[in-house]
Design a protein around this ligand. Sequence first.
Ligand code: IMP
Ligand code: MG
Length: 185
Amino acid sequence: MNHYETFLKEILIDEQTLQDRIGELGDEISKDYEGKQLMLVCILRGGVLFLTDLMRSLAVPHTIDFMAVSSYGAGARKSSGQVRITLDLQMSVEGHDVLLVEDIIDSGNTIASVLELLRTRNPNSLKVCTLLDKFERREAEVPIDYCGFKIPNKFVFGYGLDLDEYYRNLPFVGVVRPDKYIPPD
Ligand code: IMP
Ligand code: MG
């Protein structure tokens, strides 16, 4: 795989800006969930970096759990309306104040399906926190309770977001130059 410098068009959100905003979100969530049974539910794998930084900015006790859903495969750039759960939660959400933690909401299909499923399991409350909102691409209507940044319709990578599963480790959100990026075989 090539190093990211070969196809990075621009840094859309730098590390400091990300961390500052996550700190603000943490303060806001800590106020709203004081005295509640907060459970953060992270959708693998993109939300992992955001989850771990958000957790460290929370002042309220909370638990975490993980889910994985099938979205599009390598090479594709658009999720279908159909989303399948490939890894379910280990803990029960019943009576908990569930906050879904996502890296990005694009069409909204993923989060809409997950919300529909979790609602049937009787959480005390169910809300959505996304780092990025690619609002121009929305197909499914989803309520977003906490949003880090609204971003334009560009394919981004880094800070949890992948390009064919690579580059999730980068501390910033970058925009791809499609003419320079060579996908793996
Ligand atoms: P949605 O179901 O269309 O909202 O897709 C959400 C998922 O698509 C996210 O959790 C990401 O994994 C992926 N995704 C959407 N846009 C991007 C992007 O620009 N870069 C990397 N992954 C993306
Ligand atoms: Mg994702």
